[in-house]
Design a protein around this ligand. Sequence first.
Ligand SMILES: C[S@@+](CC[C@H](N)C(=O)[O-])C[C@H]1O[C@@H](n2cnc3c(N)ncnc32)[C@H](O)[C@@H]1O
Length: 239
Amino acid sequence: MMDLSSVRRAYKFYAPIYDLVFGRIVEDGRRRAVSAFPQNPGDKILEIGVGNGRALRYYQKHVEVTGIDVSPEMLKVARERYLNACFPQVRSLLQMDAQALEFPDNSFDGAVAMYVASVVPDPAAMIREMFRVCRPGAPLVVVNHFASPRGVARRVERGLAPFSRRLGFRPDFCLENFVQTVGCEPSRITRVNLGGYWKLLEFSGWEKPFLGGNGSAMPAPAGNNGKGRPPPERLNNGR
Ligand SMILES: C[S@@+](CC[C@H](N)C(=O)[O-])C[C@H]1O[C@@H](n2cnc3c(N)ncnc32)[C@H](O)[C@@H]1O
């Protein structure tokens, strides 16, 4: 089981070598995830698990990107990379937990999580928060590796699964379970990176669901009044 302290520990270790290990190999997915957004002037886009900010260069200069991450070491690299340089699209880089975002409802025109869903301890909470903080119908993009259905890759992923905490990600992260927790089908799934081993999921045209683990969209929580996070007990509902 992943938890926030094992995530922080893993990415403290990776921060100085991240580009070397996870840089170019999955760059195609980053580029394609960003280009999945219409990027109208002034659009506010949230990047979940922004890491060392590798993807920030792909946004157009007329949008406003907010990046969040739990790893101070990864964020430090991102800040050095972008806030001192001339990247007007980078609005802010904040230390924050993707599972409990500190933004009001409907704050963003889109959100993206690149290679985060298999890292975050509770991916269902992460995706619910992404829907919550975006205006209804906004583009939501998730790019990730998902467990292989068969063959050698499946055996290797299963063999590595017990080491998830040390690796800093779950190699056997299941697409079907993830989509079920989202509660609405992606509008498009595209294979990306080396031989299509990773997948890019796009959600668009959705209505405001707060999502249960049973695959059904739930109505917005009562008493939330469209401001702030839904009460925690509703966030936990149906996991
Ligand atoms: C594999 S890295 C991906 C970084 C970046 N998105 C990229 O494309 O290179 C996963 C990132 O997710 C972050 N992360 C994991 N769990 C998180 C959480 N609960 N809240 C915010 N960030 C989280 C990690 O700290 C790490 O920087």
